[in-house]
Structure formats: C-alpha cells, structure tokens
Design a protein around this ligand. Structure first.
Ligand code: ZN
Ligand code: ZN
Length: 167
C-alpha cells in the first residue's frame, strides 16, 4: 500500500522534479550519464531519506517532506542523490567521505551536512511519563496501552512499587 508517486499530490511531483533536476545538474557538471533511481516514500521515523546503492533506489520520509518541504527539496534530495552518484562514480567508499562531500559542493553548491535539522517531534517515538515511589519512568506507547487496558503492571526495579501514570 505505498503511496503512488504518479499521484496528483503536488509535493510528490515536486520531489520527483527535484530529483530529476539533481540528475540533470550532475550530468552537466560531470559530463556523464547516470541511470535514474527508483523512488519511494516508504520511510518512517526520524530519518529524512536513504539511498540504497546496489538497488539504485531512493527512499524518502513523507511526513518530514510534508512538514519541511523547502529544506527537504533543497538539501535532503541532493544529499541522497549524491550518495547514488558517488556509488556510480567511485563504487564503495565512506558514505559521507571526501567523494560525497565534493559531490555536494561541486555539483550542488551545498555545504555537505550529514544531519538534517528538522524538528522531528511529530515523528519521534512517543513516551508517557510514569512514577513509582523513587523516580520518573518513561513508558513506550505500547507499554502504556497495556497498562491502561490493565493487561499488565510494571514494577520499579529499585523500589518495587507499581508504576503510575504521572499527571
Ligand atoms: Zn547520507
Ligand atoms: Zn522506584
């Protein structure tokens, strides 16, 4: 059930256009042809994107794309495309090594940054604050739901008291 990239969603179209623009820029600068990658939006969590080198495939996070469209298209897309370009030009090298950094600077005119600066609050794993008699605990959503459904109790290893949801 992956979102179709041929959809009418303007952000998905913008993503595909930006990828193609990155490839055109690379082909012009490096004077060689690069096979276009398969693209999917099946990425979750706090990562913005990933490049699968052997498969010539790019994967992007649709939540972070929707929340940060400008930064995403400006930085994340060339970052991941550069990984595939480096793979085609040099084979297996360090992921963010000198070849990748040069690709970012010379082909895309970008500072080679390895981490995006998005606010990931909306995709961060959510936890719930609980207390025993001695300290605070963080329970995952899954554990919190179990407690709320009275399927289980969690005991503090230090004081032995059952954890209670904090106010
Ligand atoms: Zn990277
Ligand atoms: Zn305790």
């Amino acid at each position: 059930m992956s979102p179709s990239l041929a959809s009418q969603d303007p952000l998905h179209s913008a993503l595909l256009e930006r990828i193609e623009a990155c490839y055109r820029q690379a082909e012009k600068t490096l004077n060689r042809h690069f096979p276009r990658p398969a693209v999917s939006l099946r990425m979750r969590g706090q990562s913005a994107g990933a490049a699968h080198l052997q498969e010539n495939r790019l994967r992007f996070n649709p939540v972070l794309l929707a929340e940060n469209p400008d930064a995403f298209l400006t930085e994340v897309v060339p970052h991941e495309v550069a990984h595939l370009l480096v793979w085609h030009c040099y084979g297996k090298v360090a992921p963010h090594g000198p070849q990748w950094q040069a690709m970012m600077r010379q082909v895309f005119g970008l500072e080679p940054r390895t981490r995006h600066r998005f606010d990931v609050a909306s995709v961060a794993p959510k936890t719930f604050a609980y207390r025993c008699q001695c300290r605070d605990h963080q329970l995952t959503v899954r554990r919190h739901n179990k407690v709320q459904r009275q399927q289980t109790r969690y005991l503090c290893r230090a004081c032995g008291a059952a954890l209670q949801l904090s106010e």
